[in-house]
Design a protein around this ligand. Structure first.
Ligand SMILES: Cc1ncc(COP(=O)(O)O)c(C=O)c1O
Length: 366
């Protein structure tokens, strides 16, 4: 079976994680700091705060900004549900904006219509590792006095006009889930150039504990969103290979795009000017003549694991019922959800396998 993804760990990472396990000091040790230092250097940002997963990163970000009841947060209608779920968990309201079909990210032209007097945050998602249109999003945020928090869960290393995704907004959130370019099993990070927010995030991730005059006190109602030190060791050593890991993903994507060229039923990812894509997911849109569930099943029978790309949030039971959405409220999100297909990407996949996958997709959509 060609798996949708398979994590890669350099031998030093496994050795270091094993050494941490043997040491008995499993939480908040030297590797947490080392991993944070590598991340902030790579992203050219002042602070990186690693946490237990990408959802925790998003949740803490909104908590650190004091987002709560009565507030609205603008999110794309097409994303992993965590983007909107954390808004709900803060007691605020997620307001959906449809996406563009070239980048699968929030369509800037539709943001202004979604802004109300209660809007506090715009939360763009760099979907599948492709950057959202950050010039326009930042401009809209500035002109309305709004804060930008980037959901860069899939986008470690992605760039928009030579600047790394996750560093445009006041806070940027990353995930290190196994399908991401680097993984700590579960894991996440928040990055920022704001000193006060960084220290607040560190307190919030650690039960609300703050050192005052050498003594610990609980100064905020925090959570336990810490990353363990053995996870951080895995992340730290993968950071030395990040450029290579991203290059490999781009090579795979190029091979898919070449292999699928001329296949009129399949729209391959667009490469947009000024933006890079790290292809956390290689995601194609399949013509509506074909049922993607059947296609996924047939590919599976041929030894190829695929999946849908992301969710149209407005058709998920919770959001549909809570906000009385209709299917056609966000047509591009719905189409991407129904007709999107994620093809296998991993360090272990070779040219012949990619050729085979392309041949099967072409045969099944001929
Ligand atoms: C866009 C987006 N945001 C948030 C998350 C949540 O990250 P995690 O699974 O690390 O909690 C994901 C997970 O894949 C994601 O794709």
């Amino acid at each position: 079976m060609i798996r949708l993804s398979k994590p890669y760990f350099p031998p030093e990472a496994v050795e270091a994680a094993t050494a941490v396990l043997k040491s008995g000091n499993l939480v908040q040790g030297e590797y947490v700091l080392k991993f944070e230092t590598e991340l902030s250097a790579f992203l050219n940002v002042k602070h990186a705060v690693v946490v237990s997963n990408g959802t925790a990163a998003l949740h803490l970000s909104l908590l650190s900004l004091g987002i709560g009841p009565g507030d609205e947060v603008i999110v794309p209608a097409f994303t992993f549900p965590a983007t909107a779920n954390v808004v709900e968990r803060c007691g605020a309201k997620p307001v959906f904006v449809d996406i563009g079909l070239d980048d699968f990210c929030m369509d800037p032209e539709k943001i202004e219509m979604a802004i109300t007097p209660n809007t506090r945050v715009i939360m763009p998602v760099h979907e599948f590792g492709q950057s959202a249109e950050m010039d326009e999003i930042m401009q809209i945020a500035r002109s309305h006095g709004l804060t930008v928090v980037e959901d860069a869960a899939c986008a470690l290393g992605t760039e928009f006009r030579d600047r790394k995704s996750g560093t445009f907004g006041i806070l940027g959130c990353f995930s290190f889930h196994p399908r991401k370019a680097i993984t700590t099993g579960e894991g996440g990070a928040i990055v920022t150039n704001d000193d006060d927010l960084a220290s607040k995030l560190r307190i919030l991730r650690n039960h609300g504990i703050e050192q005052i005059d050498g003594f610990n006190d609980f100064t905020l109602a925090g959570l336990n969103y810490r990353m363990t030190d053995f996870q951080a060791a895995l992340g730290y050593y993968q950071m030395f290979e990040i450029d290579h890991l991203i290059r490999k993903r781009i090579e795979i994507a190029d091979q898919y795009s070449a292999g699928l060229s001329g296949c009129s039923a399949v729209k391959t990812p667009a490469v947009l000017p000024g933006r890079t894509n790290v292809y956390q997911t290689y995601h194609v849109l399949v013509d509506e003549r074909f049922n993607c569930d059947i296609l996924k099943k047939r590919l599976f029978e041929k030894g190829i694991e695929t999946n849908y790309g992301a969710n149209a949030l407005h058709v998920l039971k919770f959001y549909r019922e809570k906000y009385s959405f209709k299917q056609d409220d966000f047509p591009n999100a719905l189409r991407s959800f129904r007709q999107g297909l994620a093809l296998p990407v991993s360090l272990y996949i070779g040219h012949e396998e990619i050729q085979y996958i392309c041949e099967q997709v072409k045969l099944m959509t001929a």
